[in-house]
Write a protein that binds this ligand. Structure first.
Ligand code: ADP
Ligand code: MG
Length: 392
């Protein structure tokens, strides 16, 4: 069901409660990376231009339902204030008399930031009374926190029960770009899946297999597939309990006529360290005691060639332990190839970090801001934070 977007609502001079994703990393109490704050600016600026009284709310870190002075939103308010060039009023609560008074006293164009939502256990419990109190601060609710849209919490879903609601510009962009790729891709359409934890990605693989023309597998994932096919992967990270699933996915690909590519060579080492002795070996010759930590050069070349034939590509999961430069070459080669594709979509926290590290993120059509949320979207799941919003 299509949902209302920000421009469908008459927000002028109203009080608008916006769920944003300001879950930023902190270092010594300061915001270490402001990408997520910047990602919310289009929505916030639009509201300011429309004389809206803006009430922002987010979670940060995992305070587990208790107040934690280290996870207060004050440093976020400072960064936001600097980015907007205007005052951002920050309070130490989300609901109750202080919040009600602060919300009521806002003038047109004022911005209020509530305290970390996860100081309240009611937030993740999606407590209806907490949601009703949040809703009581405003006339309209906007969800622009794509990163938590896969969670049914009070601020992401519960609050929509009580107010007219819409998605903000960030969620709208995420959903339209990824939705188009899944529903009506310009072909050939390729998926590249790497990283670890097949368990988390089986759904993504299965859903994408229905849609893509070819699929490339790398990273730790590839080890499980290779092992399932009978290769001895030495000391590599293999998910033994997922070997059956891997075989099923290989079969599904065959049935659907989708080419599923696996590495033909890997970079193996005894430990994850820049000084470890490394060997490039074919996948049928991984030495015992060594781990496959990157796709090999022959695989990287083959994958780059396949990617260059695609007109749409979705990538989740690095090709190796890219955090160490010596195991980052496969990921680099794939990132450069992906950057050349007409429509390129990168989802997943580590994958986004990888394209950033290689320096090609500005040549990617869309780097999703949501880790888990983008995975669930690519799985074809309905995200509760979007489902809860008012239908068009
Ligand atoms: P994303 O966050 O993009 O969804 P994942 O979290 O699934 O990606 O995977 C990223 C992690 O996978 C990285 O920390 C990387 O070091 C690790 N990884 C990739 N390839 C291997 C491998 N061959 N062996 C062990 N770990 C790997
Ligand atoms: Mg990750």
């Amino acid at each position: 069901m299509p949902k209302l977007t920000l421009k469908d609502l008459d927000v002028k001079s109203k009080r608008v409660l916006v769920r944003v994703d300001f879950n930023v990393p902190l270092e010594n109490g300061a915001v270490a990376n402001d990408i997520r704050i910047r990602a919310a600016l289009p929505t916030i600026n639009y509201l300011i231009e429309n004389q809206v009284r803006v009430i922002l709310m987010s979670h940060m870190g995992r305070p587990k339902g208790k107040r934690d002075p280290k996870l207060q939103m004050d440093s976020v308010a400072e960064v936001l204030s600097r980015l907007l060039g205007r005052e951002v009023k920050k309070i130490d609560s989300c609901v109750g008399p202080e919040a009600e008074k602060a919300a009521a006293s806002l003038s047109e164009g004022d911005i209020l930031l509530l305290e970390n939502l996860r100081f309240y256990p009611e937030e993740t419990a999606n407590d209806p009374e907490f949601a009703r109190q949040l809703a009581g601060l405003a006339d309209i609710y906007v969800n622009d926190a794509f990163g938590t849209a896969h969670r049914a919490h009070a601020s992401t879903a519960g609050v929509a029960e009580y107010l007219p609601s819409a998605m903000g510009f960030l969620i709208e962009k995420e959903v339209s770009i990824m939705g188009k790729a899944l529903e009506d891709p310009v072909r050939p359409f390729a998926a590249i899946i790497g990283g670890v934890k097949i368990a988390d990605k089986i759904g993504v693989l299965t859903n994408l297999l229905e849609k893509v023309d070819f699929i490339l597998i790398g990273g730790g994932m590839a080890n499980t597939f290779l092992k399932a096919k009978g290769f001895d992967m030495g000391a590599s990270v293999v998910e033994e309990e997922k070997l059956e699933d891997a075989l099923e996915i290989i079969k599904l690909a065959q049935d659907r006529g989708v080419e599923l590519a696996l590495p033909v060579d890997v970079v193996a080492a005894g430990e994850i360290s820049p000084d470890a002795e490394r060997k490039v070996v074919p996948v049928d010759a991984v030495p015992s005691g060594m781990m496959a930590l990157d796709i090999g050069p022959e695989t990287a070349e083959k994958y780059a060639g396949m990617i260059s034939r695609a007109r749409t590509v979705v990538w989740n999961g690095p090709m190796g332990v890219f955090e160490e430069d010596v195991f980052a070459k496969g990921t680099e080669a794939v990132a450069r190839a992906v950057a050349e594709v007409e429509t390129s979509i990168v989802g997943g926290g580590d994958s986004a970090a990888a394209v950033e590290k290689v320096g090609v993120s500005d040549r990617i059509t869309h780097v999703s801001t949501g880790g888990g949320a983008s995975l669930e979207f690519l799985e074809g799941k309905v995200l509760p934070g979007i489902a809860a919003l008012t239908d068009k």
